[in-house]
Design a protein around this ligand. Sequence first.
Ligand code: NAP
Length: 289
Amino acid sequence: MILIDGKKTADEIKKEIAIEVKQIISTGKRAPHLAAVLVGHDGGSETYVAFKIKDCEEVGFRSTLIRFDDDVTESELIAKVHELNNDDELDGFIVQLPLPKHISEQKVIEAIDARKDVDGFHPENVGRLVLGLPAFLSATPFGIVELLKRYQIPTSGKNCVIVGRSNIVGRPLSILMSQKAVNATVTVAHSQTKNLNQVCAEADILIAALGSPEFIKANMVKEGAVVIDVGTTRVSAPDTKSGWRLKGDVKFDEVAPKCSYITPVPGGVGPMTRVSLLQNTLLAARSNG
Ligand code: NAP
């Protein structure tokens, strides 16, 4: 069994990005610039945004954090999105989700200029992904495919089962995995899938993205399978300083011995998601330069 080290791989990619940033700056151009819009004070969102800012610093990007209180109106937020769309000093930006209930996330996403949509959530980018055209790819699917590529894990003709069909993970990942560059035969499973154990047990590559801690047990995994665990659920852990710990969707201890490759949680898909946002921002900066 080979443990896929997402942290190490993400660090390597960050080094590659930092080299390119230095080259860009040496030609007299400005550094790539990412902005993050954060509404309210949700603990998870605060952490994610802080990581994104820190990642930018690490590779030499400029970053800007724009904060709003919980009671910002939808039109105020969309006005800010329009302002960022027109800011020539900015290559890309994200609006951290979730947003408060009184704001339509879909309306906000659709207000973003697709050329600055480095989260890859805008319908234009999703449509381009479906058509196999150059697009900003949603960060987690992008990171997973990059991880498979960098570990040289064969995907062509492999039976890939993805558990979960969300717009940010399962659905776009299913499209990427079935594209010609990857060539897997993809099954997307969800809460209405019948005989899920059996469906999973037929996978050469099993990707768990359902958000249910330790859901995937050894009897759901084929001997020699590649298992990618996307799940990150905070479970209570009184023995830790924070009082919680991250759990994946895979029961790691019993599944790992059966696998050819497996990602851990934490340290698997998470760091690759973070680095994918940097890759998208670099892509945006290149097309602006
Ligand atoms: P989501 O929007 O809640 O979607 C979950 C999907 O799993 C849905 O399609 C749902 O089916 C399916 N599902 C739920 N329970 C199921 C069951 N018992 N059997 C089969 N399918 C089931 O979640 P998400 O945003 O995709 O996130 C999934 C997990 O990945 C979460 O733990 C999240 O925190 C984590 N995540 C991690 C990263 C990272 O960077 N590591 C990034 C994004 C998300 P229905 O469609 O039928 O409801």
